[in-house]
Design a protein around this ligand. Sequence first.
Ligand code: IPE
Ligand code: IPE
Ligand code: MG
Length: 247
Amino acid sequence: MTYKQQINTDKLPSHVAIIMDGNGRWAQQHGKERIYGHQHGVQAVHDVTEAAAELGLGYLTLYAFSTENWNRPQPEIDALMVLLVQTIENETPTLNKNNVRLLTIGNLERLPEQTKIRLQRCIDATSKNTGLSLVLAISYSARWEITKAMTDIAKMASYGGVKPEDIDEEFVARQLSTRNIPDPDLLIRTSGELRISNFLLWQIAYTELYFTDIYWPDFTKEEFYKAIVSYQHRQRRFGKTNEQQQQ
Ligand code: IPE
Ligand code: IPE
Ligand code: MG
């Protein structure tokens, strides 16, 4: 039986987040430059987005470029920025065909001006779609996001717009860039690294984690289904006992 056939469509995660890692090592394995790996990662992005839309998931968040990735060699950064915007532009008709809405999280102010403009055009072109929300994390890190939320709250407090007793978990969550997006049910990381690398630290408090050794360019729809099947075999307890969960 394929993994796809094993999926229980009544128990789908509503939000899957992915740390797409291993492009550089995939390229090395093929005796090529790192950018060759990034280029091949685009097919996996296409396939997984299509799979998520076909399954009827609500949200797919892809970690495309982290705050720390700004420390990579400038030629790699430049190539990634070009690839990012070209891919999104090429994919926009397919996104529209599949009723996918594009969203972004991250510090977009750091992006080159043209990248920002072209990205915003694609966001606008898909904004009326009602199916899957594809959330691209670009120039994103969880510590950046949490620090920004704190400065925003401090500003509101200094204007008298917020009091300490107003601040609860829902309030904090609303100050993050993921406001209106449910927390991920499942987080996938490819390439065998067992770390979070500053991704969605607040939001993954109760997320199920799935790690695979497969490099991102080799990640197929079937690998995605495999992760979902693994998720569906987990028992999520949220601090309660087994017995309570079964009630
Ligand atoms: C992930 O692949 C893509 C980005 C971080 C942009 P890497 O470029 O990190 O590939 P490895 O980890 O060096 O193999
Ligand atoms: C995490 O991958 C960021 C993205 C996938 C965009 P990295 O390859 O940058 O992570 P580290 O530095 O190895 O932890
Ligand atoms: Mg990496």
